[in-house]
Each structure stands twice: as C-alpha cells, then as structure tokens.
Ligand binder design. Sequence first.
Ligand SMILES: [Zn+2]
Length: 378
Amino acid sequence: MSVLLILSAFLLQDDERRSYSAPAFTAIYLGRHQLHDGSWGERSGTCDCRREDPEPGPEVQRRASELLIQLGEDSLDSRVRAQDSLWALGPGIIPQIRESAGDGDLERRLRCRQLLAQRHRFSKPGDLASTALALLDCLWQGHTHRSRDVCRGVAIGPMMEKGLRWLIQVDPQPTRDPLGHVLATLALVEGYGKSKDDILGAVAKTWLRGIAPSTTDSIEVLAWKGVTFYAARRNRLMPDARDDLGRILALLDRRPERLARIGAYLSRVWLGEIPDPGDARAMLCVHPLDLDPVDLFFGTLVFRHAFGREELIENWFGFEVRRALLVSQGTRQKSCDEGAWMKGTTRETVRRTALTAMSFQVYYLYVDSPSEWEAPKK
Ligand SMILES: [Zn+2]
C-alpha cells in the first residue's frame, strides 16, 4: 500500500514536471516568498518556512515592554505611535506581544491583536540583490508586469509589478551595495527592454550613471556590469557601450580567477570580437555541478557563446546535470520549498534559485535569455 502511495506521489510529480519547466516552477517559490512591500530578502511572513528571527536582545525587550504600556494610553496619537514603533522592532518581539494580547487593559489587548493580524509588517524590507535576481529570473522567462500567467495561484504580473514598483522607489546608492546596485540596474534595464515602460526606462538611465567600472569592484560586480552595459546598449538606453565594456575587459583580463576569465570572455563577445574557444575550454574544464550558482550561470553563457547549443547539451548542460538539478529542486505541492533550490536562509535560497533558473534559461534558449544576445556587428 505504502509503495503504491509513493509511486502515485512520484507520478503526480512527473505530471507537474510535464506542465511546468524548472524555471517556471521557481516563480511559485518567488511568489510565495515575496515580502509584503514587493521586495525579496531575508525572510518571509507568508508561509511556514523556518524563521530566521534572532532572539531580541534585552534592550529591545525593555523597549517593547515600554511601548506595550503606551498602547493603553489615553492619547490616540501616542497609541498609534507606539504601535508603529512596535512593528519597527522586528519579528523577534512577536512572542512578547502575543503574551500581552492575552490579558490586561482592553484597549491594549485590541491593539496587540491588530499588531499580530498585520504581522507581515514586522519583517524588514528586502534587499536590492535578492529583489533584482528574482525579477531577472522572471524577466528572462519573458514575463513583465503585464504578464497574465498564473502558476499554482501565483499571479506573475502583479508579483512583477509589486517588485518593480519597490525597485523604482529605492534611492540609488552605488557605493553602499555595489552588487545590489548593478543587479538592480540590470533588472530595470531588462524590465524596460521587455515592456518599453517609460518610467522604467527613465529610472534605469539614472541607475546606469552609477555603474562605471572601477578598480575597487569585485569580479562578480564587474561580470554583472558587462551584462548590464550590453543589455542597456541592446535596449537603446545608451548610445554605445564599447568604452565601458573595454574598461571591464581591461580590469578582468589576465586575472587568474575563473569568473574573471569568464567575464573577460563575455566582454570580448559583446565587443564584437571572436575570442579563442580554446580559452573557453580551459576556463570551463570543471564539472558544472561543482560550480557555485553565479559561476554556473556565467559559465553556461560562455559555453553557449563559444560552442553553440549542440555542444552545450553534449558536453556541459547534459542529461546528467539537468537530472541532478531537477531532482534537487523542490516540487512537493504546497510545501515551502516548492520550486526552490533550498539553502540555509531565504536570501540565499532566492539567489541560488534565481541563478539556477537563469542557467536553465540558457539551455532552453528562450529568446529573452542572454544566451540569445548576439555580439554587435562591427
Ligand atoms: Zn517558505
């Protein structure tokens, strides 16, 4: 009997596999873990996933106790202020509020219940990098804020709209979070490219001004900057990207790290050069599954550009690799990890999930994927 149950669960999963591709599945995870303000980040308030709230320190607990007393004060203003301040203290104080909701002054009990009813407001806003990666995953699947697709109850269009809306309200600060900044710029550029929405275009232009390649940039930041400049040029948000791509190439060239060599190779492709495929073979002399998600994505892009799709399937993103990735993606219906490649925290899971889906996009050759971006004609 139990064997039959396991078998039918397996068949059910297979059935789901037929109706959703691996990237399409990721939209389910992303939709369920989007924060109430439209961003993605450290934690979710919408499902049963493991909480990552740290225990509040004694100072926070003392402040919470003070504010809980103020909830019962006569002045409406101070009651409202106290409630807002409690939300800002973060989800760690939820147990304390739950206790206060049980006894004492009626006004205070009601206010505590209100706080708990809107518990999503305890979450901190998400971060630029997670939000941008989640949006890029969906954009490269061909979705925009106008998409009408619904994946297992997750409406993709409204999800994208909330995410993009959050992004355009952020004040760009390139030096504080260079990786988040470049990813957000790329998401805005691609958002504009897919939708031709004027507001996205205008905001993307502002953000593009903050991503001049610099010697202090990490290799990953430089690699993403290359993609971003080329995407901006493709979408006519910049008249020319040759100078910037050339600078990135100069900064990455002859550095020994694999991602630096990959970034240099792609810069050459997008500058219209024809780099030596032997270089690509040397830098990708590794098993794809041994790479971290960023190297896997960029490595897959290089492989596709250097050797074409046939070779990609034959010698890089082959059956074994795809099967290993599909098996490790969560597919159990209504479970927290459905559609995700899980890691220790929500933030890491969003990053790994989005990047792995993007690598699949290169394999699937959907027209929106950067694998389809041609080098500009000279
Ligand atoms: Zn969850």
